[in-house]
Write a protein that binds this ligand. Structure first.
Ligand code: CMP
Length: 138
């Protein structure tokens, strides 16, 4: 059994899509084992996105991610890391396939950052690291 970190980003929370996103995760058979709503600090985001430091979208990404509440979840299931990324769809909502969270619900905002509704860890090492950051006290 694997665990992954799923974030509903500020665009998803603001648009009232958290419930629909949770329903898709549960309908797929995954189990939400921890959850909290919080506006992340820049310190947390700098650690979370350390691999993107220096990229052109890094500063706007931190600005966007700290602009409002994020709904963070620990999600468990067999091959859930790969499975959630496939549920989420491609990073760019315009390119994401219909049937995926970003393909069905994501918008193209015409901005430099991809406001793409959700984040899912991309490997077992990232999942362990990111869950440690977001649920350090849980
Ligand atoms: P996420 O899965 O949270 O990981 C990094 C984030 O950076 C990504 O989702 C997008 O929100 C954003 N991102 C990734 N690539 C780009 C890009 N080429 N241009 C703008 N934003 C990006």
């Amino acid at each position: 059994m694997e665990s992954t970190l799923v974030l509903v980003k500020p665009d998803g929370v603001e648009r009232g899509l958290t419930g629909q996103i949770m329903a898709r995760i549960e309908a797929k058979g995954y189990v939400i084992t921890k959850a909290k709503l919080e506006t992340p600090s820049r310190e947390l985001l700098a650690k979370h996105y350390e691999e993107h430091e220096g990229k052109p979208f890094y500063e706007p990404l931190l600005e966007f991610m700290s602009s409002g509440p994020v709904f963070a979840m620990q999600v468990e299931g067999n091959r859930v890391i790969e499975g959630f990324r496939s549920l989420a769809g491609a990073t760019d909502p315009t390119e994401a396939a219909p049937g995926t969270i970003r393909g069905d619900l994501g918008r193209d905002w015409g901005e430099r950052v991809q406001k793409n509704l959700v984040h899912g860890s991309d490997s077992t090492a990232s999942a362990e690291r990111e869950l440690g950051l977001w649920f350090a006290d849980a």
